[in-house]
Design a protein around this ligand. Structure first.
Ligand SMILES: Nc1ncnc2c1ncn2[C@@H]1O[C@H](COP(=O)(O)OP(=O)(O)O)[C@@H](O)[C@H]1O
Ligand SMILES: [Mg+2]
Length: 224
């Protein structure tokens, strides 16, 4: 069974009296452990799709099956719960809490996930080692480079071992050197932890590291 599946997904935004058809019937299936990239022009519906896959948005119609549960068929509270248990998000703007250290940001994520006390120290060590962040844990976001901040954001996304990592242009704010580092680490997470990853990117090189490339145009998947 695929870990992620959509059936005839439609999303229409209403802006005043205007309807914006962001998704026009998207059928997607991702197997556990896949690394998929999504490309497409600005406005083609990539972020809308990712937000629906991750339970941040409810679609107008269609099915979104995440690890056996239909996100389109449940209420807001249950969708939030499924999201917290199964999904890790990485955004272009790293979205770390500026007043917390890197460690504080990770602990907060574990706390939100429902972990007691110190969380899982061994798991945290493994993730920090993989992302080469062991010596940065006492730093606050502004005391870290962009690449380091994004690595902390990735650590936060994977710390609870969600079934799926959804990344929206994770290298969009990074220079090429830091982009390379972040992409290599995503590849490693996919390979070493078996993490399923769906990554939106504008960068053909970044898309190239994924084993499967999806192209979107005007709210539809045009190649897969
Ligand atoms: N919150 C929103 N309200 C209204 N229209 C939106 C909203 N978010 C996105 N859109 C519109 O939906 C379409 C797809 O946007 P988006 O999913 O952000 O595309 P992409 O990520 O590929 O650039 C665009 O026409 C965009 O203007
Ligand atoms: Mg976008």
């Amino acid at each position: 069974m695929p870990i992620l599946q959509t059936e005839n997904l439609v999303m229409t935004y209403h802006v005043g009296k205007v309807d914006v058809q962001a998704l026009r019937g998207v059928n997607l299936s991702v197997e556990k452990g896949e690394f998929v990239s999504i490309m497409g022009h600005s406005g083609s519906g990539k972020s809308t799709l990712l937000h629906i896959l991750g339970g941040l948005l409810k679609p107008t119609s269609g099915k979104v099956i995440v690890d056996g549960e239909d996100l389109a068929a449940v209420g807001d509270a249950q969708r939030t719960d499924i999201r917290r248990r199964k999904i890790g998000f990485v955004f272009q703007r790293f979205n770390l809490f500026p007043t917390l250290t890197a460690e504080g940001n990770l602990k907060l994520a574990e706390h939100i996930h429902g972990k007691e006390g110190n969380g899982n120290a061994e798991l945290r060590r493994e993730v920090l080692q993989l992302l080469k962040l062991e010596n940065k844990m006492k730093h606050k976001p502004l005391e870290l480079s962009g690449g380091e901040q994004q690595r902390v954001a990735i650590a936060r996304a994977v710390i609870n071992r969600p079934a799926i990592i959804l990344a929206d242009e994770p290298t969009g704010n990074l220079d090429s050197e830091n982009s390379d580092i972040v992409l290599k680490m995503l590849v490693q997470l996919n390979r070493d932890l078996g993490q399923t990853i769906v990554m939106i990117t504008h960068n053909p090189e970044a898309a190239g590291i994924a084993r499967r490339k999806i192209l979107m145009r005007d709210g539809q998947i045009v190649s897969n």
